[in-house]
Write a protein that binds this ligand. Structure first.
Ligand code: HEC
Length: 140
C-alpha cells in the first residue's frame, strides 16, 4: 500500500485529463468546431448536479431532464427528440439520459459534499440515478 501510494498520487495529478466528462467535453468542443455550424453536441446534467458551468443545461434540456427523464413513468435509456430551437435557430434536437454506474459513484456518489479524488464535491448520487444527459442538435 505504501509503495502503491506514490503511484496513486502520481496518477491523481494527471487524472483530470482522463475524466470521462472532460473527454466528452473536449470531443464535443472539437466536433462543434469542425461541423461548421450544422450540428452541436454537449454533455449536460440535471441543474443540481452540474459542476462545470459550461455544462449547464439550456431551457429545453432542463425541461426534458426534469419533466421527462425524472418522471416516474419515463422508460430508462429512452432518447427524447423534438423540433425545437437551439441558440435561436430552428433545429432537430435529441437528448439521451445517462445514469450513474458503480464506477461513477466514486466521484458522484455518497456521502454528498465529501471530496472525490479530483478534489470536487460528491453529488450524493445513487446507483442507477439520472446523472447526466448527452444533448445533440442538428440545425434545419
Ligand atoms: C474520477 C472522478 C469521476 C468519475 C469516476 C466520473 N466523474 Fe463525472 N465528473 C467528474 C468531475 C470532476 C466533473 C466536472 C468536470 C469538469 O470540470 O468539466 C464531472 C462531470 C460530469 C458530468 C457533466 C456535468 C457537470 O457536472 O459538469 C456528467 C454528466 C458526469 N460527470 C457523469 C458521470 C458519469 C455518468 C460517470 C460514470 C460513467 C462519471 N461521471 C464518472 C468526476 C468524475
Amino acid at each position: 500500500m505504501n509503495n502503491a501510494q506514490a503511484l496513486i498520487n502520481e496518477k491523481g495529478k494527471g487524472l483530470k485529463g482522463f475524466l470521462p466528462a472532460i473527454f466528452a467535453k473536449q470531443m464535443g468542443d472539437g466536433f462543434n468546431k469542425n461541423i461548421g455550424g450544422k450540428a452541436y453536441i454537449k454533455l449536460t446534467a440535471p441543474k443540481s448536479y452540474v459542476r462545470n458551468r459550461a455544462n449547464r443545461p439550456d431551457k429545453w434540456e432542463a425541461d426534458v431532464i426534469e419533466n421527462k427523464f425524472k418522471s416516474a413513468g419515463y422508460e430508462k435509456n429512452k432518447v427524447f427528440t423534438a423540433d425545437a430551437k437551439h441558440k435561436g435557430k430552428a433545429a432537430f434536437r435529441l437528448i439521451l439520459p445517462e445514469y450513474y454506474k458503480k464506477a461513477c459513484l466514486n466521484c458522484h456518489g455518497e456521502p454528498k459534499g465529501e471530496k472525490d479524488i479530483t478534489g470536487g464535491k460528491k453529488e450524493g448520487g445513487k446507483l442507477g440515478e439520472l446523472g447526466g444527459a448527452i444533448s445533440f442538435v442538428i440545425y434545419n
